[in-house]
Ligand binder design. Structure first.
Ligand code: NAP
Length: 248
């Protein structure tokens, strides 16, 4: 089995894999050193490269457990599985749903986001590293805060906070209060680890610009929860060989 990872549920899954299974990471974040399976890091060279890796390593099942916004690797996974003639399963985590009191405004891409940001002064970006490429484009009337995995020094117009979830409600309340944040920018990842910021935005009446989810390709089996995916993997492993997946 080859598991494409990069999110919390994928790591939990990797902790249950057998010694000859492979867990793959793009290499942007931390690489765990305590997994029972093989770990590989870095791209495969597109769908064709991934199909070749699958063939070379005798992979029988490809599991896409990547982030819902990692659309390229998800597309590659489906294409590679087709090329290699093996099934592709995927974790397809549902998005968050707006609740009473929310003021969510969906944006399609960076350009639409920047346009929608114009009326605001103190945006808090929580959608990864993309804003770091635009720090010299900050409008006169704005001061940005960018929270992402990479920490880097502040500029006169922006503060960059290097942090990794999970975040608590209390710490998010403190952050919004300290920043005087008047708009939150977020992906709709659906992750519990980063959900508290949405509650704080709701409490304070702060609008949220939500980057639209990418379309992901259909797979042979899709699972909305890591736990259910793990159960399904355990059951096929039990059919093939009773000891292939470790017990928790
Ligand atoms: P992406 O745009 O879909 O993928 C870009 C390229 O990175 C892929 O074409 C592939 O290179 C390589 N890649 C991605 N995931 C890989 C994996 N698990 N193993 C090996 N190679 C991988 O992905 P992204 O949005 O840059 O995200 C990169 C990774 O970070 C993903 O694994 C994702 O789960 C994780 N992540 C992403 C986000 C997000 O917001 N996008 C948030 C949290 C975590 P080749 O074509 O050369 O194979």
């Amino acid at each position: 089995m080859l598991v494409l990872g990069g999110v919390t549920e994928a790591l939990a899954l990797a902790r249950q894999l057998a010694a000859d299974d492979i867990y793959s990471l793009a290499g942007l974040g931390r690489v765990p050193e305590d997994l029972p399976c093989q770990v590989r890091v870095g791209g495969f060279g597109g769908a064709e490269g991934l199909a070749q890796f699958v063939a070379d390593n005798g992979i029988g099942l490809l599991v896409d457990a990547t982030h819902p916004y990692a659309a390229q690797i998800s597309a590659n996974a489906v294409r590679a599985a087709t090329l290699a003639g093996i099934p592709c399963w995927a974790l397809r985590r549902p998005g968050w749903q707006a609740q009473a009191g929310d003021d969510w405004r969906e944006v399609a891409d960076w350009n639409e986001l920047i346009h929608s940001l114009k009326p605001f002064r103190r945006p808090l970006f929580t959608l990864g590293r993309e804003p770091l490429e635009h720090l010299d484009e900050i409008p006169e009337h704005q001061h940005w805060t960018v929270r992402c995995l990479q920490s880097q020094p502040a500029t006169p117009r922006a503060e960059i906070i290097g942090a990794r979830g999970p975040f608590t409600l209390e710490s998010e309340r403190e952050l919004f209060a300290r920043l005087h944040c008047d708009v939150l920018i977020s992906k709709n990842s659906g992750s519990q680890a980063t959900e508290p910021k949405l509650q704080v935005a709701r409490e304070l009446g702060v609008p949220v610009l939500v980057l639209r989810r990418p379309e992901l390709p259909a797979v042979d089996r899709a699972f909305s929860e890591g736990r259910v995916l793990l159960e399904a993997l355990k059951s096929i492993a039990a059919e093939a060989a009773p000891t292939q997946l470790c017990d928790p």
